[in-house]
Ligand binder design. Sequence first.
Ligand code: UDX
Length: 436
Amino acid sequence: MRLSVIGCGYLGAVHAAAMASLGHDVVGVDTDAAKVEALSAGRAPFFEPGLPELLEAGVASGRLRFTTDIAEARGAAVHFIAVGTPQRRDSDAADLTFVDAAVNALAPHLASGDVVAGKSTVPVGTAARLASRLADTGATLVWNPEFLREGWAVEDTLRPDRLVVGAPDGEAGAAAVALLQQAYAEPIATGSPFLVTDLATAELVKVAANAFLATKISFINAMAEIAETVGADVSHLADALGYDDRIGRRFLGAGIGFGGGCLPKDIRAFAARAEELGRGESIAFLREVDEINLRRRTRAVQLVVEALGGSVHRKRITVLGAAFKPHSDDVRDSPALEVAVRLHGLGAEVRVTDPQAIENARRVHPHLTYVADRDAAITDADAIVLVTEWDEYRRELTPEHASSLTAGRVIVDGRNCLDPAAWRAAGWQYEGLGRR
Ligand code: UDX
């Protein structure tokens, strides 16, 4: 099939490359010429395991190309809208400027029977509005939310755990769904469930999924706060809860909380949208979820201060991690980087290291000191603060090896991913969040 993907950021670049690898003829469109140039040369503009290989193969096969000229989307059977919906500067709501611009730019190039499939995360009601915008083009608008996780984006796109398509009632809607079934024939054949809903439900599935995940993380972080007060251990609590398969252990990792380009802004935009709809009380708890999450960053900083005797002023502190999670170079709303920035603000001599995210971190916080090599970063440190659970830190850094390099013996585990017993046995003061 001929497909176009409008917007080649995280979502769009991966989607375009994955669709080409499924055998489709794909054109990716983006207004950023530098991004288009990199992608056209088969280079990924961000770190995502497996993506460079897909891009290279797609570009070499001739089935994948990128352009800044949206007229080249003409002739595709399905046009995927994959532009960003960041948080607005002046409120918690989502900024739909890019979605509107993409749809407006695409409209003159649409033919009757074309399908426009929105993938961006949008406030419920957006699809209906865009459908009326496109009414005179003869194209059909459907909503096909994307659930990919950074770090597993290729896998999640090629083998999604579900495909959701929201479509209008009637013949045009049914024809659009059939085209999407054709586009996703391979993942459907290998077992991905394909759900057809109305437009509003499809929009809601995405925000509801992220709201649930964020709530699950904040739930366990709230338990961490209680555990801290009564001397309990939240990691053991999570293990014990997780054996109940109605609850499950995944996303019960207590620590410095969630960040990234999705969860934080999506729960805020959802709460803002509910308020607009006069239904603020239905998801008012998401405000609480957000607050619990942000409190954990403060708590992590406090733990470091306490562990260093009440002040971090002029203390050499090595922060392990800058990315919002491992397997990513993304520092958007990264709790890891925020902890580093706050410690720096308290007068500590902070050194930040990360296997992938240093360049992105430096761009946002050029005043911090970055050290690419992990061992060089911890040499002579008074304390180590682990904030992103890369294998390099949680598996490969042993207390014995760390002891041979650092000046102090204090480790604060912001992700509760180290073995406290092993570190304590080696003479370290180990502090976790919500952990004795
Ligand atoms: C998320 C959703 O998982 C994905 O489905 C959606 O499409 C986009 O948003 P992503 O932002 O890539 O994906 O990251 P995710 O793996 O969900 O992690 C989000 C944040 O939660 C990270 O900062 C992570 O460190 C944190 N987290 C995750 C916890 O603090 N504890 C956990 O147990 C799990």
